[in-house]
Design a protein. Structure first.
Length: 201
């Protein structure tokens, strides 16, 4: 074979669907990065001077920490966990992500873990125990949840700590991002890329 020549057919442009899938993945990954940056900025923040801590009923700090950023993102559910009393509060979107009905279920740590895929549950429980003890939450942990009907959703968990003026950990707040569509798109893109590469051989 002469130098500069190849037996492969001329390269063709990738299918438009592949480019669209790549764009969707990039957009969803930007949302994840944005959420992680916001939670990192809020990590270990303390109650503000004069801000009253009257339990989950007031939600003063938590609303400020979550409402502006987390709740505006599509498919993001927020949660709050008072590590002193074990009280839990969920947004309506988190109910949906976990497959629960807010009219029929009361949020609890146990109910949350019940929704986690059995193969992922032990790791998420261990991470939760560490977070409750130290106030540190591992960023961007991906796991699966199983809805009562059997469907499986892919989620990314993120959280941060709320401390009082004495730096005592009082709550963990965070979000669950439903990335099921992202995972499906990644799979679609991977399969399309494999078919495209096969066509070039």
């Amino acid at each position: 074979m002469a130098p500069g020549h190849s037996s492969y057919p001329p390269a063709t442009e990738p299918p438009s669907g592949q480019a669209d899938a790549a764009e969707r993945i990039a957009d969803l990954e930007r949302q994840i990065d944005e959420l992680q940056m916001e939670l990192s900025r809020l990590r270990a923040r303390k109650l503000e001077p004069g801000e009253r801590d009257s339990g989950l009923g007031s939600l003063l700090t938590e609303r400020k920490a979550l409402a502006d950023e987390v709740e505006r993102l599509a498919h993001v559910g927020s949660w709050l966990w008072d590590v002193r009393t074990n009280e839990v509060a969920w947004s309506r979107e988190l109910y949906r992500i976990l497959g629960y009905d807010p009219e029929q279920h009361r949020p609890s740590v146990e109910l949350f873990f019940a929704a986690i895929h059995p193969d992922d549950r032990a790791a998420i429980q261990a991470m939760s125990t560490r977070s409750a003890a130290t106030g540190y939450s591992e960023p961007g942990v991906r796991c699966r949840v199983v809805h009562p009907g059997g469907s499986v959703r892919q989620i990314v968990l993120m959280g941060t700590a709320i401390r009082d003026q004495q730096a005592t950990l009082i709550r963990l707040v965070g979000a669950a991002l439903d990335v099921t569509d992202l995972v499906a798109t990644e799979t679609e893109l991977r399969n399309t890329a494999e078919l495209f590469n096969e066509a070039q051989r």
